[in-house]
Write a protein that binds this ligand. Structure first.
Ligand SMILES: [Zn+2]
Length: 157
């Protein structure tokens, strides 16, 4: 697989950022994601819906993944997410063999992207200031909601 063009990665990130902003506007957690096909087609997009749906299993990545429907293969696909993927979403990437993950930022939360890289997933870390600001502002405004989302109280974490 060819390395992803950085300009294309940033273009794709704007889709995930739009989703993050939509979630924020709905009173939810501002994390968005999009799944792109090997040919660059947008397969699905979505955002965290913990608050909106009262469902802790709907993360940005899982929402985008479900919106994409069934795919014959995930080889060559790219998961684009505004924030470093948590263990749950990192597991999804490995389970289905998604080839690449574009990460908007990993400053406010360092998820499983190093682990994914160790296992052959191409990681493109953009360190995007808009993504950092989205999360920094949100964590400052709603710390309890954020700590609930990342499972800070969960055993074994
Ligand atoms: Zn997640």
């Amino acid at each position: 697989m060819m390395a992803l063009d950085p300009d294309l990665a940033r273009t794709w990130l704007t889709t995930a950022v739009e989703e993050a902003r939509a979630s924020l506007a709905e009173g939810g957690i501002p994390i968005g994601a999009a799944l792109y096909g090997a040919d660059g087609t947008l397969l699905g997009r979505g955002h965290n819906r913990r608050v909106q749906d009262d469902d802790p299993s709907v993360h940005g990545e899982t929402d985008a993944f479900r919106a994409a429907g069934r795919q014959r293969s995930y080889r060559g696909t790219t998961m684009v997410t505004t924030l470093s993927p948590c263990w749950y979403c990192s597991g999804l990437v490995r389970q289905f063999g998604i080839s690449r993950v574009v990460v908007g930022e990993a400053r406010t939360f360092h998820g499983g992207h190093d682990w994914l890289a160790e296992h052959g997933v191409e990681i493109v870390l953009l360190d995007d200031p808009e993504c950092v600001a989205l999360m920094t502002d949100f964590v400052a405004a709603r710390p309890e909601l954020w700590h609930e989302d990342i499972g800070d109280d969960a055993p074994g974490r």
